[in-house]
Write a protein that binds this ligand. Structure first.
Ligand SMILES: Nc1nc2c(c(=O)[nH]1)N[C@H]1C(S)=C(S)[C@@H](COP(=O)(O)O)O[C@H]1N2
Ligand SMILES: [Mo]
Length: 388
């Protein structure tokens, strides 16, 4: 199904009865309305994240209070790397498509750029975002340009035995298995063949209209719209079709969600690899102009149809969604006019609703309360603010 069909489907769904409760998509002015006008004062949150324990070269984060642009400028786009940042040159770099295929293919960057060109505006979030006290800004929205993955896999001709597609990066690091086996493991993530063939998946060489920077995966990365950051393999060198499941470090051991669940009154632990995004929202900042207070924020992880805001323990009240011009893979900005807040300390919480009527879970929802790992923390985010 082409992406335009998917967008149409989304619009149809929004118009239909699938949306429970908040049935109308409220749209206000364009996204640049978020540029803080002169005279507006940002009221700093009382609960800033803890200091980033890693240098910006390893973990860079979005500063929510500075969020004014619907498209995240590339130099402000968060970055995560687990191993080294490889130095790749167009001259020496190749992409290999290999494994369970009839015709292995090797491509240069120029050959990839000569193929069909597509772009997608996709809000990428690290699945660890909001899971640790210092990590609240592992998210950004960019326009990614590249060539569809599916047609290349089709050209290589996936054999009947092929069930899994592994995306290998050029970066590698030491891993120890069972306390005794030491390996230098390349960064790699995989998907089922069916997921990999999704028409939205792109092999990307441009970010926000410019060449993909080294820290974001030059010369080529996978962009899997709708998937958590870890699936979006940077410094891609090899796509390998396998006849069995791939169980490397970042599939089977790290980026694994461990959850305590009930089964017929019995407690069981479940272990699942991080895959697709979850419905989420966050208040970004509070501004004041004279007596007028306004909260703005973002919602993402699914096609959004509504956001509600709660002040202290008050009722949930609808925020206004702002049309940023994106499709189903990009975040939606929202605003909430906070009428005459009392002086003193307050909490601000947001929750999003998606096109299927799902509501972002509260932190005490069993799906979150029983979670032992910090991945996939999509519960309501509450911030504290002081009003004078
Ligand atoms: N090769 C490689 N790809 C990678 C990673 C990595 O360490 N190596 N980190 C992943 C993780 S966990 C995230 S959240 C995203 C971050 O992408 P960015 O640095 O471009 O924001 O890249 C993913 N792709
Ligand atoms: Mo991540």
């Amino acid at each position: 199904m082409a992406r335009s069909d998917m967008s149409r489907r989304r619009l149809l769904k929004q118009g239909g009865s699938a949306v429970a409760g908040l049935s109308v998509l409220r749209l206000a002015g364009p996204a640049h309305a978020f540029q803080t006008p002169t005279g507006d004062e940002v009221i700093p949150w009382l609960d800033p994240p803890e200091p980033n324990p890693a240098p910006e070269a390893i973990i860079q984060q979005l500063d929510w209070e500075q969020l004014t642009s619907w498209l995240t400028p590339t130099d402000q786009f968060f970055a995560i790397k687990h191993y080294n940042e490889p130095t790749l040159t167009e001259r020496d770099w190749r992409l290999e498509i290999t494994g369970q295929v009839e015709q292995p293919i090797t491509l240069t960057l120029a050959e990839l750029k000569a193929r069909a060109r597509e772009d997608v505006t996709f809000t990428m979030e690290c699945s660890g975002n909001s899971g640790l006290p210092f990590f609240t800004g592992g998210i950004g929205n960019a326009t990614w340009t590249g060539t569809p993955l599916a047609s290349l896999l089709d050209e290589a001709g996936v054999r009947d035995e092929g069930v899994e597609v592994v995306f290998w990066g050029a970066d590698a690091g030491e891993q120890t298995w069972r306390d005794e086996i030491q390996v230098t493991e390349q960064f790699a993530r995989s998907m089922s063949l069916e997921d990999a063939m999704g028409p939205e998946n792109l092999l990307v060489y441009e970010m926000n209209g410019e060449e993909l920077p080294s820290r974001h995966g030059y010369p080529l990365r996978l962009i899997a719209p709708g998937w958590y950051g870890v699936a979006n393999v940077k410094w891609l060198t090899r796509i390998e079709v396998m006849d069995r499941r791939y169980q490397g470090h970042f599939m089977a051991r790290d980026y694994v969600t461990i959850r305590e669940e009930e089964r017929d009154g019995e407690t069981v632990w479940t272990f699942t690899s991080v895959t697709r995004d979850r419905l989420k929202s966050a208040p970004a900042r509070v501004t004041r102009r004279g007596d007028q207070h306004r909260i703005m924020g973002a919602a993402w992880g699914a096609p959004i149809t509504g956001v509600e805001v709660r002040i202290d323990d008050g009722p949930w009240r609808a925020a206004t969604l702002v049309d940023g011009g994106g499709d189903e893979y990009s975040w939606v900005f929202w605003t909430f006019d906070w009428e005459s807040p009392d002086p003193g300390e307050h909490t601000v919480t947001s929750r999003a609703t998606d096109v299927d009527g799902n509501v972002q879970p509260a932190p005490d929802d069993p799906s979150l309360a029983g979670k032992a790992t910090y991945w996939e923390s999509n519960g309501h985010i509450t911030r504290r603010v002081g009003i004078e």
